[in-house]
Design a binder for this molecule. Structure first.
Ligand SMILES: [Zn+2]
Ligand SMILES: [Zn+2]
Length: 170
């Protein structure tokens, strides 16, 4: 377990002024600093520092057997929480507009239902905050998803790219 005090110490130790964000990932559980029962991440949004735990995404954390799809499931859940919390670190709040990785969630099932991608509203907010070329971002994401074996996500990004390129021709 990582305590709230340890998180503060890590934050102080890891804050690097030239870094845009600092993310600390752990397979240990995080001890909630408040009354919450479930915690995968602690983020200091203003300082762009976050600590993430993937422990609760592993059925073994609850003493349950791991299914055969466990590595893919753990990867997808980990990428999702990292994307969501990094979004917060770049100033994005919970999305109420579309089905989006920035939707809030109160339990694992709700989190699993979130897609891995940003909706158009949050994509535009992130682009405003960070500044990037949407096509280049999608191309990089497609390569990453293919490397990771996330074929559904790669296909989704491919469809977005196709739509953008088609609309640019009109
Ligand atoms: Zn959130
Ligand atoms: Zn959104």
């Amino acid at each position: 377990m990582v305590s709230g005090t340890a998180v503060v110490t890590m934050r102080q130790a890891l804050f690097i002024s030239i870094a845009t964000v600092v993310a600390v990932c752990s397979t240990m559980g995080i001890e909630p600093p408040g009354p919450q029962k479930r915690l995968e991440a602690i983020g200091a949004t203003n300082e762009r520092v976050g600590v993430y735990s993937f422990a609760r995404y592993d059925p073994a954390f609850y003493g349950e057997p791991r299914g055969k799809d466990y590595p893919a499931l753990l990867l997808q859940r980990s990428i999702k929480v990292l994307t969501h919390e990094t979004g917060h670190m770049f100033g994005l709040t919970h999305c109420i507009y579309f089905h989006c990785v920035m939707n809030g969630s109160n339990h694992l099932q709700e989190s699993d239902r979130r897609p891995l991608h940003l909706c158009p509203v949050c994509l535009r907010k992130l682009q405003f905050s960070v500044g990037f070329d949407v096509v280049k971002r999608y191309e990089a994401l497609a390569r990453f998803y293919r490397q990771m074996g996330l074929e559904d996500e790669a296909a989704w990004v491919g469809r977005r790219l196709e739509k953008i390129r088609r609309s640019a021709c009109n």
